[in-house]
Design a protein around this ligand. Structure first.
Ligand code: GRF
Length: 204
């Protein structure tokens, strides 16, 4: 399954892809050394992430619900299989995957969520909504979590977390930006390397 002693990684995205960029940069700098990003897959045809991937020489494809309808997940699986993918990294992928899908890839899908799980997570907590809820609650600390993906949204085993201070006067946008820069862009590459090492060592 694992070829060339590197875990073959697919990054699934929907948007701008700053987390994808952090992964690409971490691969270049050697933080990610046990795996290699060999595919970027977006469910949005116009996602800037696709351009980031191509700029880095990584094959990038769009698989959209508009094009594939009920076959959306099947098409994703087919694409992953054709590329011999060992590990799926969800980096701002705005679709909830079915139980069939997550069962098929047990311990082989990780996700970044922009809060300290179990706070502000689960269905409906995505994008700026997460940060809006945190600010409404008045928390003084938020952050990011990388976790394995199972059938429960944001419910899989936690791999890594990093806390970030909430500042007086924060808006969802300023809090989101601080969490991206200080937590997400750091723990997603570190977690990816950790999980790749474990796969190579047959620990998961
Ligand atoms: C990030 O905040 C991530 O945690 C969330 O979606 C956002 C994606 O940002 N799931 P980007 O596309 O990586 O810039």
């Amino acid at each position: 399954m694992v070829s060339d002693k590197k875990v073959r990684i697919a990054v699934l995205v929907s948007g701008g892809g700053t987390n994808l960029q952090a992964l690409i940069d971490s691969q270049k700098s050697g933080v990610i050394k046990s795996g290699e990003i060999v595919l970027v897959l977006s469910n949005k045809a116009d996602a800037y992430s696709l351009e980031r991937a191509r700029n880095a020489g990584i094959p990038a494809v769009a698989v959209t619900k508009a094009e594939f309808g009920a076959d959306f997940e099947n098409k994703i699986i087919k694409t992953l299989e054709e590329n011999n993918i060992d590990l799926i990294v969800l980096a701002g992928f705005m679709c909830i995957l079915s139980k069939d899908f997550t069962d098929r890839y047990k311990n082989r899908i990780i996700n970044i969520h922009p809060s300290l799980i179990p706070a502000f997570c689960g269905e409906g907590f995505y994008g700026l909504r997460v940060h809006r809820a945190a600010l409404e609650k008045g928390v003084k600390v938020s952050g990011a979590t990388v976790h394995f993906v199972n059938e429960i949204p944001d419910g899989g085993e936690i791999i890594m977390q990093k806390a970030v201070e909430v500042m007086e006067g924060d808006t969802p946008e300023t809090l989101s930006a601080r969490i991206l820069e200080n937590a997400e862009w750091k723990i997603l590459p570190l977690s990816t390397e950790l999980v790749c090492e474990k796969i190579l060592n047959n620990q998961i």
